[in-house]
Design a protein around this ligand. Structure first.
Ligand SMILES: [Zn+2]
Length: 98
């Protein structure tokens, strides 16, 4: 494989921690850069990071921050959403790709 091929491969595998982080509501681009710099560390950190998404107070399933009704148990959750537990996300949400 030539140098350009390695660069493409490097940029592609950096997407792995980025997509894991996005699924948890964490910063996609923050973890993408993290993956480019330190892929071997970024993947376990992304896997172990607590989700930044809030949870339903009734069934404790993860829900969208803007949700008014829980998609899992159908209970009204507007204004009752639980703040996520655990440490703050590693990057501020304004850097998020969403
Ligand atoms: Zn629920």
């Amino acid at each position: 494989m030539n140098a350009a091929g390695w660069v493409v491969l490097w940029m592609a595998i950096a997407l792995v921690p980025a997509f894991i982080a996005r699924r948890k509501g964490l910063s996609f681009w923050g973890y993408y850069v993290f993956g480019l710099l330190l892929w071997i560390v970024a993947v376990p950190v992304a896997l172990l990071a607590p989700s930044a998404r809030p949870r339903c107070p009734d069934c404790a399933e993860v829900v969208q921050r803007e949700a008014r009704r829980c998609p899992h148990c159908r209970s009204e959750i507007q204004g009752r959403i639980l703040a996520h537990r655990g440490p703050r996300p590693m990057w501020p949400r304004r850097l998020s790709a969403q």
